[in-house]
Design a protein around this ligand. Sequence first.
Ligand code: 3HC
Length: 311
Amino acid sequence: DDPQQLARFEARVAADDFIEPNDWMPETYRKTLVRQMSQHAHSEIVGMLPEGNWLTRAPSLSRKAILLAKIQDEAGHGLYLYCAAETLGVSREQMIDALHDGSAKYSTIFNYPTLNWADIGAIGWLVDGAAIMNQVPLQRTSYGPYARAMVRICKEESFHQRQGFELMMHMVNGTPDQREMAQDALNRFWWPSLMMFGPPDDKSPNTERSMRWRIKRDTNDDLRQKFVDATVPQAELLGLTVPDPNLRWNEERGHYDFSPIDWEEFYAVVRGEGPVAQERMQARRKAWDDGAWVREAAASYETKHASARIA
Ligand code: 3HC
């Protein structure tokens, strides 16, 4: 990179300027944004599958309508983020191919199965709760199109979290069996939700540069701690027990202390060994193939009408 251009770029980022698609940017800035934004988009799209599994089995029409609205939002978030990533010169096909050939990731959390209806509550409450912690700071990420996409997405994310928490409140105030289902869902989703924030800061190859270039505004561990501090009181309000015997409020630190995370499990799931990872990728490849006719029809319609417009 040209040292003067780089100095100007770093001064702009340090002054909290937004970098726009036509601005000069270091190739590594562009590359790491394509990496993060496309994987963020993949997470939104793959994230529709665990909840879709329960759409036809929702316990009431209103629960079904709420879940349908949420899943529809996630699709929109994914498409929004693919469009924002395309401003960096990457095509939709390239991003989808990377997902399908395994070279691009999606969030580990979506490789865990949804075994019953309480999981839908735990996902809204914990997974979307973690997503909010991680996405609110991204509204001030230095890349303009990404920051603006986040503003819209964060508004919808808070509805996702609230409906999940409210679903859990219903379950804990229901029959003993429903209460037990809510506790079991918390037991299975607590640790994978903490892993959503990524590896510890000292094991994160991207954090130092992403913080310097203000792609990230907080580190993985800071956001994880914020999530634990905000969520433990919610679990107490629900009368549920967080599955961590070492969890306790540390007055000095002003934060909760919690047990070490099983990073072996995290890296195994990142490698694609999660419980339902195969099913998720098969479902996405099938959806892409089944949707080919729609893309072809839209493209031929566009060609036909574009020539009519020129004529
Ligand atoms: N799942 C899968 N891969 C993960 C991961 C996770 N939970 N956490 C980290 N990784 C990967 C990173 O992608 C990186 O691999 P790569 O270089 O091949 O991309 C590697 O592990 C090292 O992690 P780093 O901390 O160095 O990587 P980042 O600086 O990119 O930090 C991140 C990871 C915090 C997830 C960051 O990428 C980020 O903030 N992304 C945007 C938000 C996002 O994608 N959230 C995922 C959930 S979206 C969601 O939940 C939707 C909601 O509606 C339900």
